[in-house]
Design a protein around this ligand. Structure first.
Ligand SMILES: NC(=O)c1ccc[n+]([C@@H]2O[C@H](COP(=O)([O-])OP(=O)(O)OC[C@H]3O[C@@H](n4cnc5c(N)ncnc54)[C@H](OP(=O)(O)O)[C@@H]3O)[C@@H](O)[C@H]2O)c1
Length: 354
């Protein structure tokens, strides 16, 4: 008699040949309970997975991308399944709507796009200029990082995104404890994988390499997303002033958050507040000095560091945009939805030298 398959939960991926989809496949390959069950590509169905992701060859040799129709048929035939959606915003909502019709009895969805992050279609339209999901579909999703939700929600999950994860980890404890004013200033830098696979002017390697520049200053779509999620969790509607930057590296995010303190606090006081807030969170660490991206790149870990002086606070937060800020955070959520420990399949430390 063959032993029962521990990797019993079928895991499906929408979003084909994209960077986040590739990172999801990498994590699923090393996950002890999820079993790769299919990945759909709009542009390359029938082609080899390792042609798009050569680094995944050892884990996916012989595997091919399927069509969306074929993936949804396979999904529908499962008793239970994990579905990750890593399609672009605007396209994800329609794909998820089709998946929601699957006959799968226990289906859990984590959408990594922006399409299910807001509570209402009107709020989404105000930022993105067009509706994606209707209010009814949005009500079936919760948007947060796992660290900020104590009870597993009875909904699907909208992943807040990469810059948002770094910001929310730093911001939510401060708002929860009422220690900062509601004007919050954030400067952040992301590696080039944050812009996705398709090269466009301004995000292409020759432009980014050896350079460092701000973009969409005070006008980035992640600011209203973070503000809405933070307000929903803490009841504080802060004014978030966000200036993102492009960094000359492939993966990783660092943000520095600054605000005025409402009461005198030392850096050690704030570090203690963070340490207590994230006491049961295996992936969030508090550093005594400003953390580097290389301490977390390629891993699901995040590091925070707080300093105070003259009534103001500065907090650094570093994550890997593709892992904690996307695929890793999504797997962490999926672990929860299937009643597995958060850490399952995610404890590999950072690569150190990327
Ligand atoms: N990159 C990050 O750091 C990051 C972090 C957090 C969240 N996200 C979000 O995760 C999603 C994927 O990001 P990414 O960086 O992986 O983007 P990407 O590299 O541009 O990949 C997106 C993939 O989606 C597929 N696609 C394109 N148009 C589609 C359509 N109309 N319908 C279905 N699939 C379509 C394409 O693959 P096929 O042609 O093979 O289908 C494409 O390669 C986005 O919503 C993004 O906002 C990204």
């Amino acid at each position: 008699m063959s032993p029962p398959d521990a990797r019993a939960i079928p895991a499906f991926v929408l979003g084909g040949t994209g960077y986040v989809a590739g990172e999801l496949l990498r994590l699923i390959a090393g996950h002890p309970r999820f079993r790769f069950a299919g990945i759909a590509s709009d542009s390359r169905p029938g082609t080899a997975i390792d042609a798009a992701f050569p680094h995944l060859g050892p884990a996916y040799r012989g595997g091919v991308f399927t069509s969306v129709d074929s993936l949804l048929d396979d999904l529908s035939a499962c008793e239970s399944a994990a579905l990750f959606c890593a399609a672009p915003h605007g396209a994800a909502a329609a794909l998820v709507a089709r998946a929601l019709l699957a006959r799968t009895r226990a289906l859990h969805i984590v959408d990594l796009s922006a399409d299910h992050r807001f509570r209402t279609a009107a709020a989404y339209e105000a930022v993105y200029g067009a509706q994606a999901a209707g209010d009814e579909q949005l009500a079936r999703f919760t948007c947060a990082v796992p660290e900020h939700v104590a009870v597993v929600p009875d909904t699907h999950i909208a992943h807040p995104g990469c810059f948002a994860t770094a910001m929310l980890l730093a911001l939510v404890p401060l708002l929860t404890h009422g220690v900062i004013d509601s004007d919050v200033y954030v400067s952040g830098v992301t590696g080039s994988t944050g812009s996705g696979r398709t090269p466009v002017a301004g995000t292409h390697h020759p432009d980014r390499h050896g350079d460092y520049y701000a973009y969409k200053a005070l006008a980035h779509r992640h600011a209203p997303e973070v503000r809405a999620v933070a307000a929903g969790l803490t009841g504080v509607d802060c004014r978030l002033h966000f200036v993102p930057h492009s960094g000359p590296f492939a993966r990783g995010i660092e943000i520095t958050l600054q605000a005025r303190l409402r009461q005198p606090m030392s850096g050690a006081d704030v570090s203690a507040l963070y340490a207590e807030f994230y006491r049961t969170s295996p992936f969030v660490g508090v550093s005594a000095r400003e953390p580097h991206i290389k301490e977390v790149a390629g891993s699901n870990y995040a590091r925070l560091c707080a300093t105070t002086a003259d009534g103001s606070i500065a907090v650094q937060s570093v994550i890997d945009n593709l892992t904690k800020g996307a695929a890793g955070g999504a797997v962490q959520w999926m672990n929860r939805l299937f009643a597995l420990p958060d850490e399952t399949g995610l404890t590999a430390p950072a690569a150190g030298w990327t």
